[in-house]
Design a protein around this ligand. Structure first.
Ligand code: AMP
Length: 221
């Protein structure tokens, strides 16, 4: 089993790139942010507990996220591997994940999407999400044909409430305090990718790195 872990600040393009990588290798894409938003949407017990944290751009407590992730990691949908986006978010989650990967004898591949502050703000403020299929758009860089509806499924597009300016600032502070220390934790294992480039260039660079080091990854058709 292979694990691809995408690290980087909010707005680095983790969601977009993770979807494309998962498609390329036919791996399962696991976004803890998407899973949490689904729980909030259907008012599940987890969603009710997570909502407040998410609205303020704070991390949801580790125990809740770790349990939710573990359920997904153990699901039969994990075939040859998975692409993790939005997890780990702190050192304690990284240790939890390492433990799981060791037990399951998984090779891991850690890509850090290095992104400037200007790019982050620009990407987050223009981001729109499909309320139905979770496809990601950007009003300028990846515009939908109609700014209100999804090109793929016709679902209504929305701006995430935590992509508004007040919350973006706090998410960046939380990133610096909680998640940036992961760069030190993973320093011997991570590969840095310049994520300010256009999305196709970033994807191409990630593929190059993966294919060089992990040529034995089974490819999807
Ligand atoms: P994302 O979609 O990855 O930007 O995540 C949106 C929000 O979900 C974050 O701001 C956190 O409140 C919460 N969240 C997502 N992943 C995690 C995680 N691994 N640990 C704690 N909270 C998370």
């Amino acid at each position: 089993m292979i694990t691809i872990i995408l690290l980087g600040p909010p707005g680095a393009g983790k969601g977009t790139q993770a979807k494309d990588l998962a498609k390329e290798f036919q791996f399962l894409h696991i976004s803890t942010g998407d899973l949490l938003r689904e729980n909030v949407k259907r008012n599940s017990p987890l969603g009710l507990k997570a909502k407040e944290f998410m609205e303020h751009g704070e991390l949801v407590p580790d125990k809740l996220v770790d349990e939710m992730l573990l359920e997904k990691l153990n699901s039969p949908q994990v075939n040859n591997g998975f692409v993790l986006d939005g997890y780990p978010r702190n050192v304690s989650q990284a240790k939890f994940l390492d433990n799981f990967l060791k037990q399951n004898n998984s090779k891991s591949f850690i890509l850090y999407l290095d992104t400037s502050e200007d790019t982050i703000i620009e990407r987050l403020s223009g981001r729109r999400i499909c309320s139905n299929c979770q496809a990601i758009y950007h009003l300028k860089n990846m515009p939908p044909k109609n700014p209100l509806y999804c090109d793929i499924c016709g679902g209504r597009l929305y701006q995430r409430s935590d992509d508004r300016e007040e919350t973006i600032k706090n998410r960046l502070l939380v990133y610096i305090k909680e998640t940036a220390p992961l760069l030190e934790y993973y320093k011997d294992r991570l590969v840095r990718i310049n994520a300010n480039d256009d999305k196709d260039i970033v994807f191409g660079n990630m593929l190059k790195v993966i294919k060089n080091d992990y040529s034995e990854i089974p490819r999807g058709n």
